[in-house]
Structures are given as structure tokens and as C-alpha cells.
Ligand binder design. Structure first.
Ligand SMILES: [Zn+2]
Length: 211
């Protein structure tokens, strides 16, 4: 059996198991999607949103990209955000990074990853620049990348708050709260590192009127 065929076989087994345990399972899910959470996580295969939070299909709306970035020209991310916030009306948006993130490590080097990856990783270099004083003072490389992973999720939470999508929902519906978390590959524990409640004022330069 080829490796990808095993995935299809496992899928059949999983669906069978679900139906056996609860005959209405798929029927119910097919008719309703009302997740309370939007998860913006890293694409890393070791950080599966549902599994590490003990949640089931239907509970978390998920977007993943390299190093969990929120970039204001990323149509993919913004579409997911708009749909989750404006239409699904999620109550919480979670940016979850992880320690030992390859994207974070790569951004600290001077290696030329060529056009597209350089462009993406540049955003993490910007986060480093903002916090250069603190990060430069950390001599241990692993500690430095781990701290940058924390500062990165904090910065991505700020980026969420700068969008009119979030500001509009804050103004009219007092939701969603924004959370910055970092997952530990070594112990499986998620550490909350930053939180921004709905309605928090940010630098007025970024606040829109007429929302
Ligand atoms: Zn990662």
C-alpha cells in the first residue's frame, strides 16, 4: 500500500468508528458550523489545532501558515478572518505559535531563501527589529528563538487589532477577544503569552472611524 493510500484507508476506519459511536455524527456536522474559535497557527505538522486542544470537528475554524503571521495584504488570511468574525461570529481569535519554529529560526539567519520565502520571513525580521534590544541580549540561540516566537504572536495579535474587520466587531458586538499563545513541542503545553480583550484601544493612528 502506498503512503497516501494508507491515509484513505485510515479515513474510512475513522468515519466508520465515528458512525458506530454516534450514528447522527456526520448528519449533525453537515448541517451546522458554529465554532467559537478562530485559530491562526503555524503550518508545522507537529501542531495540529484540534488534537492539542482536545476539540472536535466543528469547534475551531482554522487558518495556518508558516510562522502564524497576520499580514495586512494576505487575502487568504483576511478572507478567513472576515468570514470567521463577520459571519461565523467567533468569540475568540487565537494566534498560536510554537517553540522550535523553523520559520522563526530561519528569519534570524542571513541565509538567502530566495524570493518568496525571503518575502514571507521578512515580516518576522521586522518583529525582531522592534524588539532588537531585548533579543540581542539573549546569548543562548534556542532561548532567543523561543522568545522571538512569543514576541511574534504578540505582534500578530497587534496586527489583528489593526484590521477594520476586528475593530468593527469590537465596536458593534464587543467581541472577539484576541489571544497570543505559544505551544511547546517538547512538553505539549500551550503557554498564553498575550491577551487583548475586545474593545482595547490601540495606537490611535490605527483606529478607524465610521466603522
Ligand atoms: Zn512553525
Amino acid at each position: 500500500m502506498k503512503s497516501y493510500e494508507k491515509l484513505l484507508q485510515e479515513n474510512k476506519n475513522w468515519a466508520q468508528g465515528k458512525t458506530t459511536a454516534d450514528p447522527q455524527y456526520f448528519d449533525r456536522l453537515a448541517h451546522l458550523q458554529a465554532p467559537e474559535f478562530l485559530w491562526i497557527g503555524c503550518s508545522d505538522s507537529r501542531v495540529p489545532a484540534n488534537e492539542i486542544t482536545g476539540t472536535q470537528p466543528g469547534e475551531i475554524f482554522v487558518h495556518r501558515n508558516v510562522a502564524n503571521l497576520v499580514i495586512n495584504t494576505d487575502v487568504n488570511l483576511l478572507s478567513v478572518l472576515d468570514y470567521a468574525v463577520t459571519h461565523l461570529k467567533v468569540k475568540h481569535v487565537i494566534v498560536c505559535g510554537h517553540y522550535g519554529c523553523s520559520g522563526i529560526k530561519a528569519a534570524i539567519t542571513n541565509y538567502d531563501f530566495k524570493a518568496v520565502l525571503n518575502m514571507w520571513l521578512r515580516n518576522i525580521k521586522d518583529v525582531y527589529r522592534i524588539h532588537r534590544k531585548e533579543l540581542d541580549a539573549i546569548t543562548d540561540e534556542e532561548q532567543k528563538t523561543d522568545r522571538l516566537a512569543e514576541l511574534n504572536v504578540q505582534e500578530q495579535v497587534f496586527n489583528l487589532a489593526k484590521t477594520s474587520i476586528i475593530q468593527k466587531a469590537w465596536k458593534h458586538e464587543q467581541r472577539p477577544d484576541l489571544h497570543g499563545w505559544v505551544y511547546g513541542l517538547k512538553d505539549g503545553i500551550i503557554k498564553p503569552v498575550y491577551e487583548m480583550k475586545a474593545g482595547t484601544h490601540i495606537d490611535s493612528l490605527y483606529e478607524y472611524d465610521d466603522l
